[in-house]
Design a protein around this ligand. Structure first.
Ligand SMILES: Nc1nc2c(ncn2[C@@H]2O[C@H](COP(=O)(O)OP(=O)(O)OP(=O)(O)O)[C@@H](O)[C@H]2O)c(=O)[nH]1
Ligand SMILES: [Mg+2]
Length: 298
């Protein structure tokens, strides 16, 4: 009997902020590689997740939510999302079932190749059958074929295995682009910074977390431990005070939650020290954006 050909391909996950793109990536890969929070604009860079099975490899691109940019950081985020969608074999265009098809979604749809797009209605655990039918109808009215509409709950894992099977039908004969034990292109250093940013997002309110950047200043492996010095960058002195909190309680909380996740990530003890520094308007500073990895080397 002849061996089955190996299939591979690139699949982007795009959509408005907060619809659950990173949750889906983590669910497909089976490990947390992209940070998640209930706040919009959590993901800032395109994160690659690699899924390798016996007969195929899928390279997923989790992208920042598409929104109207108000500063250079946000412009970078939106550009990254559209760029990731170029030359892919398939686009997963994701909607939040509670919101349905928003105005911005219609603009995004105009830029998609309908033949190579699956429409993913996520968070179906939060709606009923009638509401789901209404969203499907709205999509069909826009010219989407009903077989290309896939309801899932990324958080609960419902429909995710079926989605993977559908994705495989869009792959073509090709190489294994990455080694089979590699699940992301991001370095441990990058993921460490993201984990700290996630804990800041979870613990801080209003505009503060959106103005935060995390720089890993030092990361060294010692005997049975990893030492990490991190810097949280924020935009205002008043923000710095809030991030540190009364008697340092907020910063301690962010650091200890981060350490917990980092120890699981590295499978070893972690010594983490986190400092806070103000850099006014860093989200519009080309040199700071570059330093934090939000701008291409030029
Ligand atoms: N109930 C429910 N919540 C979900 C589901 N998928 C994601 N969420 C929640 O939705 C919020 C946003 O999830 P993310 O995965 O960060 O969303 P995103 O699209 O990557 O967001 P950005 O990176 O900001 O564009 C988080 O609080 C998730 O736990 C789902 O299927 N059901
Ligand atoms: Mg995300």
């Amino acid at each position: 009997m002849e061996d089955k050909a190996f299939l591979s391909g690139y699949v982007s996950i795009i959509g408005s902020p907060n619809v659950g793109k990173s949750t889906l990536l983590n669910s497909l890969i089976g490990q947390k590689i992209s940070i998640v929070s209930r706040k919009a604009q959590t993901t800032r860079n395109t994160i690659i997740g690699i899924l390798t099975r016996r007969h195929y490899q899928i390279i997923f691109l989790d992208t920042p939510g598409i929104h109207t940019p108000k500063n250079k950081l946000q412009q970078y985020m939106v550009d990254s999302a559209y760029e990731a969608n170029r030359d892919v074999d398939l686009t997963l265009f994701m909607l939040d079932a509670r919101i349905g098809l928003g105005e911005r979604d219609e603009d995004i749809m105009k830029r998609l190749d309908m033949e190579r797009t699956l429409f993913i209605i996520n968070k179906t655990d939060l709606i009923n059958e009638d509401e789901l039918r209404d969203i499907k109808d709205a999509l069909i009215e826009k010219g989407v074929r009903s077989k290309n509409i896939i309801p899932i709950s990324a958080l609960m894992g419902a429909g995710v295995a079926g989605l993977e099977d559908r994705i495989v039908t869009y792959l073509s004969e090709g190489p294994m682009y990455y080694p089979d034990d590699m699940i992301t292109d991001k370095t441990e250093r990058f993921i460490a910074g993201e984990i700290i940013r996630e804990k800041a997002l979870l613990n801080l309110n209003q505009e503060i977390p959106h103005g935060i950047g995390v720089e890993i200043e030092r990361m060294e492996e010692g005997e049975g431990l990893v030492e990490i010095d991190a810097l949280i960058i924020c935009e205002k002195d008043s923000h710095k005070g809030i991030i540190i909190g009364k008697k340092g309680t907020m910063l301690k909380k962010i650091a200890s939650e981060s350490r917990y996740d980092l120890e699981r990530l590295f499978g070893t003890k972690v010594f983490l020290s986190v400092f806070v520094k103000v850099k006014k308007d860093w989200r519009n500073s080309p040199s700071m954006l570059k330093e934090l990895g939000y701008r291409k080397e030029s």
